[in-house]
Ligand binder design. Sequence first.
Ligand SMILES: [Mg+2]
Length: 385
Amino acid sequence: MILHIDMDAFFASIEQAVNPNLKGKPLIVGSRGNKNHTVVCAASYEAKRLGIDSGMPTKQAFLICPQAEFIAADSAKYVYTSEAIFEMLYRFDPNPQYVSIDEFQLDLRDSKEYVKICKSIRDWVTKKFNITCSIGIAKNCLLAKLASKLNKPDGVCILDKKNLKPTLKAVNVSKLTGVGKATLEQLNNLGIYTCLDLYNKDQGFLNTHFGKVGFNLFWSLHGLDSFELNPQVNQPKSIGHSYTLNRATNNQELILDWIRLLSEMVSVRLRKNNLSAKTISFWYSKDKDFKGITRQKTFQIPTNNGQDIYERTARIWLKIAPNRPFLRALGVSASLFEEPQKSLLKEIQRREDLAYLMDKINQKYGDWTLLPAQLIKIYNPGKTI
Ligand SMILES: [Mg+2]
């Protein structure tokens, strides 16, 4: 089973949890601080019930509810909460998926404990952050995501063979992920309004009208017994980290130190996802507006080792370096994944074992408890990276 976890009115709920004065009130979280000239970035359930929703101009929202509370979005808070929830999910699945800042997926194919896991997750979220989430459980990602929307807020929905058809009948086809405005219009023109209408069409019909999208929709809706999850769908396509410096620099030593740190961060995540990468990309930008330049190289032997990734990135960088460009921001990322293979060379084996051991220690005692000596110059404890 796939578990799809969707936080309820995430940003608004966090604000209400932090400031109890906002609890139980219609609350608008604005994209910017000016309450009359911005858009609704999130709305509390009290506001949603009145018809206020994200994407709406705040002007319009205040016409609907003049006494609504307003607060400017504080992304640091939301990212912090999201990352903490994501970390917790490793208890149940070695490879949880980030669908978005407030949505996560677990693959519990090998576990029958999903109801129990569901309860543990909901209890933890409420206890730790005083907010709620809704969880959908089904045989594939599309159905699990759909299920997570059906008993919102603070609800659980399990879609199985028994309730699938009656449930699909009650749900508008626009609720399905991947069905945007254009597809919806096309579906309606073909007489398809509910998810069950779509379910009842055969594969050939959907293929003819919607190509690959139709094929995927068909198999996701009918996939309760036969749909084999495509593991690649669940896998990230690339893993990367970037950093913006306080000021532009062309100090080679400093740049290489930063490349080392970012390479190390990438390698930790690769190992966590049990991946090795063949392609390494280096990205840099001369100013902070992030219009950057990317150079990448594919190597014969895949790696998930920080030292290797550093050396490969440094090679890419040193090709650019003779011009000694000034850098304001830089990033390292890895792609073209393979499953890691144990090396036959003793020396490399020892280095790999060391990396996994460091991961274990850092997981237990906190990130960067152990780090390569090169990084001591730029990393000081207490400073967030
Ligand atoms: Mg949500």
